[in-house]
Design a protein around this ligand. Structure first.
Ligand code: HEM
Length: 449
C-alpha cells in the first residue's frame, strides 16, 4: 500500500524494528538537575540515540544501540507542561496496577513505586562489556544531573534457547506490519496503520490532541514479568493431555503448546495441532499464515486446533473478530532476564532465583495497546465472546486475577468443556512504568530546550 512513508531517521530504533539484543540493559533514572541534563542530552546523548534507519543495515548498526524514554514525571522534570493525550501514561503504571490484574503492588519492585522514575535508557549490544562501556561514558557525561534508580539486565538465553523465553517458547515471531514501514508483509501478518504505533500518524486515535513535538514518538509499556519456570514445568508434567497415542511427555508438550498457541519451536498449533513442526516454525511464509478458521469446522465451537484462550489467540484474535481488528495492536520488543533454572530449582519444582521477561510494548495509545490486551482480553474469561461457551477463560500464561485462581476451558482437545484451574500465576507482575519514547528531533528540540 502506498502510505506516505515515515521519517525513519527520527523514530527511535527500538519502536518499529527492535534493537539487536543478545544483551540489553534497562537503566532507570531520576533527573536531579534538569538544566544540566538538558544540555547534556542535546549535546552528548542525542548524537548517540539509535534511529530506525541505523538499525536497517548491518553496516550502520552501532556497537551498542541506545534509546531513551521518559515517564510523565520525567517530562514534568524537564519542564514540559503539554498533555500528550494518554491518561494511563499521565497517571503512571502504579495507578493502573489493579486495572492490569495485579494483586495491588505487593509484588512490585519498590523502585517502580511512588513515581520515582523519570526516564530509562535502553542499551542493547552483543556483549555486556560493550554495554558497560557505553553506559560508563554516558554516566560520565551526565555527572550529577541524574541518579540511578534501578537497573534490569536482560539477555538472550544460551545456546539453542536463544530467542526463546524462559518457559522455552520461541518469542518475537508475530508482529504487526506497519503501513509505510514494512514493505512486504509475510502471509498472515496483520497490517496496521502507522498511527496505531506512532503518535500523529494516520489512524492515531488521539491525533487531534497531540502537541507537534510528540509526533513520531510512541508509548513504551515496561513490565518486569517474573516467570515461575519450575512450577510451570511441574504443571505440564502433572497434567499431560491424553489423546490418541501420545506419550505422557508428548501430552505435556501438547498442553504447553495449547496454553501458548504455539509449540516451543514457534510452530502454530492452529496449523500443527498434535505435533511440533520445526520446519513450519522456521518458515516465515507459513508461521503466521493462520487465522483460526478451518473448512469443515464450526468456528464458534472448534478448539481442536487452538484453544480460544491460548496466549496468542487472546492477545491477537485474528479472524475471531469481524471485521478484523485494526486498532488493538502492539509491537513487542522484550528480552528475558535472570539466570537459567538451577538443578535445585528443577528438582524441587520451586523457583528460588528470579527470572522472567523484561516486557516492552509500543503503541500510540496505552488504552488500546498493552493495557487493553491485558485487561480486556487476557484477564477477561468471557473473551473471546462470540463462541458457543460463555467463558473461554483466562489467558493461561498472562491472564491475571489479582492473585486469585484462574479458570480456563478448551485446553483439552478431546473435551472442550473441561475446565482447568490454575492455582498459581506462572507469570507474576513485578510492576513497571509507562514511558514515552520521543522522536529524536523532539529530543534535540523541545525536550532539551
Ligand atoms: C506472542 C510469550 C507477555 C502479547 C507471544 C509468543 C510467546 C509469548 C512465546 C509467541 C511468539 C510470537 O508470536 O511472537 C510471552 C511470555 C510473557 C508474555 C512468556 C510473559 C512473561 C505478554 C504480554 C502481552 C503479550 C504482557 C500483552 C499484554 C503478545 C502478543 C503476541 C504474543 C500480542 C503475538 C500474538 C500474535 O500476533 O499471534 N508471547 N508473552 N505477551 N504475546 Fe506474549
Amino acid at each position: 500500500a502506498a502510505a506516505a512513508s515515515l521519517n525513519l531517521d527520527i523514530i527511535q530504533g527500538d519502536i518499529l524494528i527492535g534493537m539487536t539484543k543478545i544483551v540489553e540493559r534497562f537503566f532507570f533514572f531520576s533527573i536531579t538537575n534538569a538544566t544540566a541534563f538538558k544540555s547534556i542530552l542535546r549535546n552528548d546523548i542525542v548524537p548517540l540515540i539509535t534511529s530506525t534507519t541505523q538499525l536497517l543495515s548491518v553496516s550502520t548498526q552501532p556497537t551498542t544501540a541506545l534509546n531513551i524514554a521518559f515517564s510523565q514525571v520525567g517530562l514534568q522534570a524537564l519542564g514540559i507542561t503539554d498533555d500528550i493525550g494518554d491518561p494511563l501514561f499521565t497517571n503512571g503504571q502504579e495507578k493502573d496496577a489493579s486495572g492490569l490484574g495485579d494483586p495491588g503492588t505487593v509484588n512490585w519492585v519498590p523502585s517502580f513505586l511512588n513515581k520515582g522514575i523519570h526516564g530509562v535508557f535502553l542499551l542493547a549490544s552483543d556483549t555486556s562489556s560493550n554495554i558497560d562501556n557505553e553506559l560508563n561514558s554516558l554516566l560520565s557525561s551526565l555527572g550529577t544531573s541524574i541518579e540511578e534508580i534501578y537497573t534490569l539486565d536482560g539477555a538472550a538465553r544460551p545456546g539453542t534457547e536463544q530467542g526463546h523465553e524462559h518457559f522455552g517458547f520461541l518469542d518475537g515471531i508475530s508482529q504487526p506490519a506497519v503501513n509505510g514501514f514494512t514493505t512486504t508483509p509475510h502471509p498472515g501478518q496483520e497490517v496496521v496503520e502507522p498511527g496505531v504505533i506512532l503518535l500523529g500518524e494516520s489512524n492515531d486515535p488521539n491525533i487531534t490532541v497531540r502537541p507537534s513535538w510528540a509526533i513520531d514518538g510512541s508509548f513504551l509499556a515496561f513490565r518486569q514479568l517474573e516467570q515461575k519456570v519450575p512450577e510451570f514445568n511441574q504443571f505440564l508434567v502433572d497434567n499431560p493431555i491424553q489423546e490418541g497415542n501420545l506419550t505422557a511427555e508428548q501430552g505435556s508438550a501438547l498442553l504447553g503448546a495449547r496454553m501458548f498457541g504455539r509449540w516451543q519451536s514457534g510452530a502454530p498449533v492452529d496449523l500443527s495441532p498434535l505435533f511440533d513442526d520445526p520446519e513450519l516454525a522456521a518458515d516465515p511464509n507459513r508461521n503466521n499464515n493462520f487465522n483460526y478458521t478451518h473448512a469443515g469446522f464450526d468456528f464458534t465451537s472448534d478448539q481442536t486446533h487452538c484453544p480460544f484462550s491460548a496466549h496468542i489467540r487472546k492477545t491477537a484474535p485474528r479472524a475471531d473478530l469481524s471485521p478484523i481488528n485494526v486498532k488493538n495492536h502492539i509491537i513487542r520488543s522484550s528480552i528475558p532476564y535472570g539466570p537459567e533454572v538451577t538443578p535445585e530449582e528443577a528438582s524441587s519444582n520451586t523457583t528460588t532465583v528470579e527470572r522472567g521477561l523484561a516486557f516492552v510494548a509500543y503503541q500510540s495509545a496505552l488504552a488500546n495497546g498493552f493495557h487493553f490486551l491485558q485487561q480486556t482480553w487476557a484477564n477477561n474469561p468471557k473473551f473471546i465472546n462470540n463462541k458457543n461457551i460463555s467463558a473461554p477463560g483466562f489467558d493461561p500464561i498472562i491472564g491475571a486475577n489479582k492473585g486469585q485462581p484462574r479458570n480456563t476451558a478448551g485446553l483439552d482437545p478431546t473435551d472442550a468443556n473441561k475446565n482447568t484451574t490454575f492455582l498459581i500465576d506462572f507469570v507474576v507482575s513485578r510492576g513497571g512504568e509507562y514511558f514515552f519514547s520521543p522522536s529524536i528531533s523532539a529530543l534535540a528540540g523541545t525536550l532539551s530546550a
